[in-house]
Every structure is written in structure tokens, then in C-alpha cells.
Design a binder for this molecule. Structure first.
Ligand SMILES: [Zn+2]
Length: 87
């Protein structure tokens, strides 16, 4: 009976080892995919200085104003921002 219990625990331990090994090796496999998708995913959010909406950088309306890059949710906000700056 005790031998069975030990074997059972050993089996669980081995399964745990295998499981943790798979979990550890996964990020290495996806390392290159991560680099690929990181920029195209557009998960980095930028704040619109006019309406304070957070927009994914890939979908934001980018405009360079006095050497700095500004991101807006739409052209309307960018025009508004420029108009306010000039006043
Ligand atoms: Zn906006």
C-alpha cells in the first residue's frame, strides 16, 4: 500500500516537473514571435492632449509640432490643438 502511494506521489512529481518544463520552454519558443507582434499589435497607448482619450499608437493620428511628435485620436483634435497653440 505504501509503495503504491509513493509511486503515485512520484508520478505526480514527474507530471509537475514535465509541466513546469513545458511552461519554462514556451517563452523561448515565442521569443521571436513576440518581437514580431509587439510593434504590429499596437498595444502601446498614447494620450490625446485635446480630449484626453487613449488611442493605440498604430491607430493614432500622428503630427509633428515644433520638433515633437504628438498623437491625436483624429485630425479634428490635431487641428484644434494647433489652433489653440497658435492663439
Ligand atoms: Zn481627441
Amino acid at each position: 500500500m505504501i509503495i503504491r502511494l509513493i509511486l503515485f506521489l512520484l508520478l505526480i512529481y514527474l507530471l509537475y516537473k514535465i509541466f513546469s518544463f513545458i511552461r519554462q520552454s514556451r517563452p523561448l519558443e515565442n521569443k521571436y514571435d513576440k518581437y514580431k507582434t509587439e510593434s504590429s499589435k499596437g498595444e502601446e497607448l498614447v494620450e490625446d492632449p485635446v480630449c484626453h482619450t487613449y488611442v493605440p499608437i498604430s491607430q493614432a493620428f500622428k503630427k509633428e509640432i515644433s520638433g515633437r511628435d504628438y498623437y491625436f485620436c483624429s485630425k479634428r483634435c490635431s487641428d484644434k490643438y494647433e489652433a489653440e497653440k497658435n492663439n
